[in-house]
Design a protein around this ligand. Structure first.
Ligand SMILES: NC(=O)c1ccc[n+]([C@@H]2O[C@H](COP(=O)([O-])OP(=O)(O)OC[C@H]3O[C@@H](n4cnc5c(N)ncnc54)[C@H](OP(=O)(O)O)[C@@H]3O)[C@@H](O)[C@H]2O)c1
Length: 266
């Protein structure tokens, strides 16, 4: 796909996968709307993108707040009329067992990772449907296919994202608008800087660079597929788990069971 002069909106663009994706799209000549809660970091990213001679717009917005997403979409649509590619990437996890995490901890992950994606989709999809073109890329995780100990609420938010995307994909048939989920394994980003991850080993030797995931996001923006798992080999593990859950789930449970870091109770 030719991304030149396409309008790409990326949530969570201030860091990690979102930031790398912004660079990857800008290199190909796309105009970039950078969205996150931290204006200063977004302005730094926008500065870095200047060398590609593309238009950028910095939007400070907490995607878990629907009023903020509504206002952000108003500003964006006023300037660009519509977005061609919406990358719902903002997200985070709090590590801890369900019995240790507070209800607020659990709700906050769903609010950002799932509802943040829903709000952005609701506010930008109508302009895509009007134009009969566009693509939504939802950044989930392999945690959308495996319920893992220590990150159960995070897994729930990503399962929800995948289910929503699958249903919406059917609804969008023949509309000209596409939707694809990108599901990576562990990626070396600030994601693990959350204090709850203190007791976890930081990165596994098989973890990915955010550049690898950004490439998958670029592919996803022009894909007919529902889900792109990164690396693709992990698709076999998802198939195994869905086909032989009674065999695979106990192994996964043992492999991932670590002492979750202490988290406050309600
Ligand atoms: N790292 C991994 O191992 C991994 C693996 C699979 C999937 N993922 C997914 O990849 C996505 C990006 O994560 P990352 O690894 O790049 O982590 P990261 O470096 O921590 O980046 C997270 C981004 O999300 C933004 N964000 C968080 N909460 C937000 C909110 N309420 N509203 C707006 N923006 C918000 C952050 O910006 P501000 O703080 O400025 O708001 C930041 O730009 C997430 O959805 C994550 O679940 C990560």
């Amino acid at each position: 796909m030719d991304f030149k002069n396409k309008v790409v909106l990326i949530t969570g663009a201030s860091s990690g996968i979102g930031r790398e994706s912004a660079t990857a799209f800008a290199k190909l000549g796309a105009d970039i709307i950078l969205v996150s809660r931290t204006k200063e970091k977004l302005e730094q990213v926008a500065d870095e993108l200047k060398k590609f001679n593309v238009t950028t717009l910095v939007c400070q917005c907490d995607v878990s707040k629907k009023d903020q997403v509504k206002e952000m979409s108003r500003i964006v649509l006023e300037k660009f009329n519509s977005v061609d590619i919406l990358v719902n990437n903002a997200g985070f996890a709090i590590y801890g067992s369900v019995s240790d995490l507070s209800i607020d901890d659990i709700e906050s992950q769903m609010e950002t990772n799932y509802f943040g994606m829903v709000y952005c989709t609701k506010y930008f999809l109508p302009s895509m449907l009007d134009k009969k073109s566009g693509h939504i890329v939802n950044v989930a995780s392999v945690a959308a296919s495996f319920g893992l100990p220590g990150i159960a609420p995070y897994c729930a938010s990503k399962f929800a994202m995948l289910g929503f995307s699958e249903g919406l994909k059917h609804e969008l048939k023949n509309s000209g608008v596409g939707i694809t989920v990108v599901s990576p394994i562990m990626v070396r980003t600030n994601f693990f800087e959350h204090p709850s991850f203190e007791k976890m080993p930081k990165f596994s030797p098989t973890s990915l660079s955010s550049k690898t995931v950004a490439k998958a996001i670029l592919r996803a923006a022009n894909s007919q597929r529902l889900e792109i798992i990164v690396p693709s080999l992990v698709r076999a593990a998802v198939w195994m788990k869905n086909t032989f859950p009674y065999f695979i789930n106990p192994i996964l449970g043992m492999a991932f069971k670590k002492q979750p870091g202490s988290a406050k109770k309600d």
